[in-house]
Design a binder for this molecule. Structure first.
Ligand code: ATP
Ligand code: MG
Ligand code: MG
Ligand code: MG
Length: 468
């Protein structure tokens, strides 16, 4: 009962039995929202249903939704490989009420499924609620019989869920499991929260508002429910593991990486990063994203190149990512036939990107190593070098940051942006005086859209050039 396919069907069947319409996952590229980079939660395809803009023939639904969190408000790219619970691609199981049931029924459904359907031990469970939401705390006491110490009141945005800067939102209540005293970490809200002892696996969002603009919120037509349970995290819990990377699917993928690379994982972040990034790359390509220099394509390129740098770290001398693909397709192709349909394209895309990147990767890494020989923990790589790596060697900024992370060396981002601005200004000045304004404008527009250095406006929060 603890493989991902069983968990998925247990969840969907339970809500189906309780009158919910089973709806397919929507693609990773949101159809209804140009401001959102990737589908980052189950509620995204229902956004307009919550706000009343769109009507559906059902008022409750359940899904298993493909999600990518590698940009914008929910960006886990930097976490992957370094925490036990974050993936860039994951499946989110959810149940939704569009003005049908609200808080009490949602908590009841969740408690029953967790304790009876999945049979989790009650004494290891605890919940968080938004500190202003006394009603939720009272309901948890009544439904689960929790004492006060099992209901943690959180005053921060962690318990006020938002899809992005705009869209439906509301206070939320998260369910955690205590993985035992031998695992480091403290309960949510404590300074040690980032440890792995207390694992969040389900979030119940009490959708009440729509964020229409920064600082502007209106009430939804009717209070609604949106929940999200991480499938891989549930597998982790049910398989008695402490990390999503120790679950069966990831063990298989990491086993293939060990075979292909000839290097044992032994807790290495590189194997984990490669396994995760292979999944997100393959799912993104299957949903029509291809590596490019802007927008979604650039996020994909960043993910792919990051994985490729880790492959290089493990000693790869030639493209390897495409050799790992058949295992992924074998493991996940039945649940996601689009992976099978796109297999040839994905394989070619991975191979081509890795072939290209390998041409500069080695020289880039040796430049990076020369530039940082004298740097110590807490120091910064200068922006000029980071920009050179980006511009000449095709290193996305976050790849450089990732490469320096183990040594606790940062990157001067302001310096990087300056160097980029300077290069742009210089390029423009060379054109000044050509007299042909129209051509000049077109050339710069094209260069900014397609050129090697066209990707502008890099910042740490929102590094993909699409408004979130
Ligand atoms: P965390 O605090 O661990 O980063 P979150 O609060 O950002 O998680 P939510 O936005 O509440 O996550 O998403 C709902 C559920 O989806 C989470 O409870 C978790 O089970 C799952 N989930 C979220 N982010 C990830 C991820 N990066 N990898 C795997 N599962 C995830
Ligand atoms: Mg998160
Ligand atoms: Mg959380
Ligand atoms: Mg959460």
């Amino acid at each position: 009962m603890s493989g991902v396919n069983d968990i998925r069907s247990t969840f969907l069947d339970y809500f189906k039995k309780n009158g919910h319409e089973v709806v397919d996952s929507s693609p990773l590229v949101p159809r209804n929202d140009p401001t959102l980079m990737f589908t980052n939660a189950g509620m995204v395809q229902f956004k307009n249903v919550f706000t009343g803009l769109e009507k559906r023939p059902y008022s409750t639904a359940t899904t298993s939704q493909k999600c990518v969190r590698a940009g914008g408000k929910h960006n886990d790219l930097d976490n992957v490989g370094y925490t036990a619970r974050h993936l860039t691609f994951f499946e989110m199981l959810g149940n939704f009420s569009f003005g049908d049931y609200f808080k009490e029924q949602a908590i009841e459904f969740a408690w029953k499924l967790v304790t009876e359907g999945f049979d989790l031990p009650k004494d290891r469970l605890l919940v968080t609620v938004y500190s202003e939401d006394e009603e939720a705390a009272t309901l948890w006491k009544k439904i689960a019989g929790f004492s006060d110490d099992k209901i943690i009141r959180i005053p921060t945005s962690d318990n006020f869920w938002q899809m992005g800067d705009t869209g439906p939102c509301g206070p939320c209540s998260e369910i955690f499991i205590d993985q035992g005293e031998n695992v480091w970490g403290g309960p949510p809200g404590s300074p040690e929260e980032d440890g792995d002892r207390f694992l969040e696996f389900w979030n119940l969002v009490f959708m009440q508002f729509e964020q229409t603009a920064p600082g502007e919120r209106s009430l939804l037509p009717r209070p609604s429910i949106d929940t999200g349970m991480g499938l891989e995290r549930m597998a982790c819990v049910l398989q008695g593991k402490q990390s999503v990377f120790d679950t069966d699917l990831f063990r298989t993928l990491i086993g293939t990486i060990e075979d292909v690379m000839g290097v044992k994982a032994e807790g290495s972040a590189s194997h984990r990063v490669i396994a995760d990034h292979l999944r997100s790359s393959a799912f993104l390509i299957a949903d029509g994203v291809l590596p490019s220099n802007e927008g979604r394509g650039y996020v994909l390129r960043r993910i792919m190149r990051r994985a490729m740098r880790h492959a290089e770290l493990l000693g790869a001398k030639e493209p390897v990512m495409y050799k790992l693909l058949p295992t992924l397709v074998q493991e996940m192709g039945r649940a996601y036939p689009e992976l099978v349909r796109a297999e040839a394209l994905t394989s070619e895309t991975l191979k081509l990107e890795e072939t290209r990147f390998r041409k500069t990767l080695e020289r880039g890494l040796s430049l990076l190593s020369d530039a940082t020989t004298d740097l110590d923990k807490g120091d910064m790589l200068d922006g000029e070098t980071a920009f050179k790596l980006y511009d000449t060697y095709g290193f996305p900024l976050d790849l450089t940051q990732d490469a320096l992370r183990a040594r606790e060396i940062g990157v001067d981002i302001a310096g990087f942006t300056d160097a980029m601005e300077r290069q742009k200004a210089e390029a423009r000045s060379h054109w000044a005086g050509s007299g042909d304004k129209a051509t000049e404008t077109i050339w710069f527009e094209l260069k900014e859209k397609f050129g090697a250095t066209e990707f502008l406006g890099y910042d740490t929060e929102n590094a993909e050039g699409v408004v979130q």
